[in-house]
Design a binder for this molecule. Structure first.
Ligand code: ADP
Length: 188
């Protein structure tokens, strides 16, 4: 089972991905987490992407595609993958389809978290106060939302054409969202 958790920044993808990992043993592949780990380690890649991330823009397709390619190779035999924060552009989605096909696999389900951007602004202001992630500051968050609508939203028709999208109300509490996601996966 390979699924994509899809939705705007701060929609709750990471929270739900971690639950699915704990409950079903799927491997979470979050390009945001990978990039943050690269920064923490002080690697050349980490230094290269730091300013782009803090400003809220997307890093290049080439970089994230390579990260995912390596992670897939390192996790052969996993019972499933949850892609969280990837793909974020049509080019990334096409590359993912090609990579999975090479391993004889495909995306089975795209869970779309439906959220209200205005309420997300409030959510993220709270996370910024609690965790201090630079790209959660209001200006950078606005850039992230704009990037989502311009570059990532076109993935909806891409996956609708493949009939893979299942929509879930992402504004409900964490438990309710988790149950709705589980039902959507099991209904496939
Ligand atoms: P969010 O909390 O907004 O879902 P992430 O943790 O997924 O954010 O990503 C944080 C930042 O890392 C993004 O704003 C972007 O700069 C970079 N990033 C993560 N994933 C990708 C991707 N697939 N393509 C391009 N940039 C990415």
């Amino acid at each position: 089972m390979n699924l994509i958790l899809f939705g705007p920044p701060a929609a709750g993808k990471g929270t739900q991905a971690k639950r699915l990992t704990a409950e079903r043993g799927y491997v979470q592949l979050s390009t945001g987490d990978m990039l943050r780990a690269a920064r923490k380690s002080g690697s050349e890649l980490g230094n290269k992407v730091a300013a782009i991330m803090d400003g809220g823009s997307l890093v290049s397709d080439e970089i994230v595609i390579e990260l995912i390619e390596d992670a897939l190779a390192q996790n052969k035999g996993a019972p499933g993958f949850i892609f969280d924060g990837f793909p974020r552009t049509v080019a990334q989605a096409e590359a993912l389809d090609a990579m999975l096909a090479k391993h004889g696999q495909q995306i089975d389900c795209v869970i779309r978290l439906e959220v209200d951007p205005q309420q997300l602004m409030n959510r993220i202001a709270k996370r910024f106060a609690e965790e201090g992630r630079a790209d959660d500051n209001p200006d950078a968050y606005k850039v992230r939302l704009d990037a989502y609508f311009a570059q990532t939203a076109p993935l909806v028709p891409y996956y609708e054409q493949q009939r893979k999208i299942r929509s879930v109300d992402g504004m409900a509490d964490v438990e309710t969202v988790a149950r709705a996601i589980a039902a959507a996966i099991d209904a496939r």
